[in-house]
Write a protein that binds this ligand. Structure first.
Ligand SMILES: Cc1ncc(COP(=O)(O)O)c(C=O)c1O
Length: 421
């Protein structure tokens, strides 16, 4: 028998990991479900309308060169990202490829920053719950501690600036190397105030880096992105992704905008060929005027119209409570109410399960997140998906809350409505 014992051999923080779970672990994509759980882009990739890309009309993917390693530096792709994000709304300066790290989704940037700044077993990051789960998963993988300073209560879900400032002023604060802020937040859907982010950046004694995760920024008002602000702050990183507004979650392309000095460190620690040639080719096409940018804007407009429709129509459904976050993203956070009209996790969990199991509609239960009691997070889908979602939700809530008409009553309703139709 080998002396190997996994329990004493692996790092204890890795052994203690709870694998990241998503709603699709519970409910698979069987081709019939409506998937409103992962904040993807329901209208598809920012490429072309046809699924097969005709020559000269799509990304130039030269399959004959796939035996060669991809470009480790990705300058053309970085330049396109700079052109997109240089708006001169936040600085007169202009971004250059030296301001960028590109990674396998923004999840790689989140992890690379931790590995860059935090000594395992000693250092910490600060997060503001409710927030994106991968910051703490990555911290745990790297044996890095967590300081939690909750966001202000819903519906604002803003940064609690005095509390963050105090946490970064405590005797332990030299261990905190990174503050992860999410704007617009997941699951809150709210943009953070620029002045609040500035207050953290301006902290007079704390020696650390502020990371602003802008995964959903293209669903926010124009010029909300602070990416170009990295030209003004040596301690700011802004993370973005092509997984959301660009509808390209499958190619895995994320970016970190930052000072050339931090970008140099991130580029030094990454695997040399982290971005495949296929990913780079598709991403370059998606980011080009005359390429996928028009498609992205078209799909974004459709999603924003459906988001506005949900905000109008959700309150008409009995049992729907308050919108708990903002409207700056491609998802909305709504309370489910019990029979007494109170936000309730039992109701929300039952609605989540029943929607998936009996109606084939998958959303995300977020009721256990800080300040999100009784909440479901609903990704905005296509017009048809939203129509089916609203009808399914109304029916499911009535069933769960015990206000649905009895089966024979329902039959009569269907008969009556078909006579009217
Ligand atoms: C706030 C936030 N940041 C980052 C990501 C990860 O995105 P990517 O697909 O670029 O790894 C997500 C994905 O859901 C997210 O919600």
């Amino acid at each position: 028998m080998p002396a190997f014992n996994l329990d004493t051999c692996a790092r204890p923080n890795i052994l203690a990991l709870e694998p990241y779970r998503c709603a699709r672990d519970d409910y698979k994509d069987d081709g019939t479900n409506i998937l409103l759980d992962a904040n993807e882009n329901a209208y598809g990739p920012s490429l072309l309308n046809s699924t097969a890309i005709p020559a000269n009309q799509g990304p130039s993917l030269d399959l004959t060169t796939l035996h060669r390693y991809p470009d480790p530096h990705q300058e053309p792709l970085k330049q396109l990202l700079c052109t997109l994000r240089t708006t001169h709304a936040h600085t007169p300066k202009t971004l250059t490829p030296a301001n960028l790290f590109v990674g396998v989704g923004s999840d790689e940037a989140i992890d690379a920053l931790l590995r860059c700044f935090c000594v395992p077993g000693r250092d910490k990051i600060l997060v503001c719950p409710p927030t994106y789960g991968m910051y703490s998963v990555s911290a745990q993988v790297n044996d890095v501690g967590l300081v939690k300073v909750p966001l202000l209560p819903a519906p604002e879900f803003g940064i609690d600036v005095p509390a963050v400032t105090a946490a970064l002023s405590s005797p332990e604060s030299d261990r905190v190397k990174l503050v992860y802020l999410c704007s617009p937040g997941n699951p809150t859907g709210s943009l953070l105030r620029k002045d609040d982010i500035r207050a953290v950046l301006e902290h007079s004694t704390w020696n650390g880096v502020v990371v602003v995760d802008e995964a959903y920024i293209d669903f926010s008002p124009a010029e909300a992105s602070l990416a170009e602000w990295v030209a003004e702050w040596p301690n700011l990183v802004v993370i973005q992704t092509l997984s959301k507004a660009f509808g390209l979650a499958g190619i895995r392309l994320g970016a970190a905008f930052t000072s050339p000095a931090i970008a140099r460190l991130l580029n030094s620690l990454k695997a040399p060929y982290n971005i495949s040639s296929l990913t780079a080719g598709i991403a370059e096409f998606a980011l080009s005027e005359g390429g996928g940018l028009a498609k992205m804007r078209e799909n974004r407009a459709k999603l924003i119209a459906q988001r506005e429709r949900l905000v109008r129509e959700m309150p008409m459904i009995p049992g729907i409570g308050r919108l708990r976050g903002g409207e700056d993203s491609n998802f909305l956070l709504y309370e489910m109410l019990d029979k007494e009209g109170k936000p309730d996790n039992v109701t929300a969990l039952a609605v989540y399960e029943k929607l998936a199991e009996t109606k084939g509609v998958v959303v995300r239960f977020r009721g256990k997140e800080h300040g999100c009691l009784g909440c479901l997070r609903i990704t905005v889908g296509t017009e048809d998906e939203v129509t089916r979602f609203l009808a399914s939700l109304e029916r499911t809530l009535a069933e769960v809350r015990g206000t649905a008409p009895a089966a024979d009553e329902e039959q009569k309703e269907v008969a009556a409505s078909s006579i009217v139709a």
